[in-house]
Ligand binder design. Sequence first.
Ligand code: UTP
Length: 294
Amino acid sequence: MVTTKAVIPVAGMGTRFLPATKALPKEMLPLVDKPVIQYVVEEAVAAGLSDLLLITGRNKNALENHFDRVAELEQALEAKGDSGRLFQVQESSQLADIHYTRQGDPRGLGHAVLRAKSHVGDNSFAVLLGDDVIDSRDYILERMLQVHEESGDNVIALMQVPKSQISLYGCAAVGFQHAPDVYQVSNLVEKPAADSAPSDLAVIGRYVLNSEIFSILEKTQPGRGGEIQLTDALEYAAANPDVAGGVRGVVFSGRRYDTGDKLDFIKATLRIAVDRDDIGSELRSWLKDFAKDL
Ligand code: UTP
């Protein structure tokens, strides 16, 4: 069956980005002039996912408003004849069929995903972390959906990182190589110490999951940080493929930004901005001058 549903958790506390995230979800911070969440929604839509469920937390109004229509703003832009901006304002409200549900207490990513159970039903579904941006010039979700359709396994996205950074991520132990970019995942460990990590393959924020993962999540006890970890449920699935299907990893080697991290956020802004038609060339020449003084 073709996967059409996507779940986008946006209910995290955003503590790494305080105080900016005190009253605003981190997914509403702009990369140049579009909030992070819009890049993620656009990626899902481009991959053919048309039914999106956002798992929201406190301050959810800003997110809902962004994907809603604002009649007085549209009228004002129309009256001014500003069709470019009018298009941009309308675009975000026409992207997809977007639904919202509350997480309640932010008890971890696994808990957030479990909140999607009744919306998803018996279908397989994608999960896109709302603060994890894949550059639209590179892509991975299409490939993950293809691997899922062919194998029936759960599919996670992996990225090679320096071993010194693996303790910031979930880490995958891999076995059989199905294709140059696809491995069977034999085990998963959340944020391992560098010397005990089974590989340098980090789990990044894209998943295609079977609905049976919900019954595993329901039984998953709070793990690292007292949170219900999606990684722990996937570790169980990898070890017990008869319950919810096995786990395959697709290795991504393109541009990806963890926008919940301040430094990565700034890098993402610059990477996107230097290639923009409107501000790119001016920014490039300014950056060259700026870099001379560093
Ligand atoms: P993160 O771990 O990056 O989010 O979760 P966080 O907890 O907000 O991060 P800190 O506080 O800066 O360390 C990855 C994604 O999962 C969502 C987040 O919103 C983010 O998109 N999330 C996380 C939830 O929806 N609920 C949770 O309980 C935890």
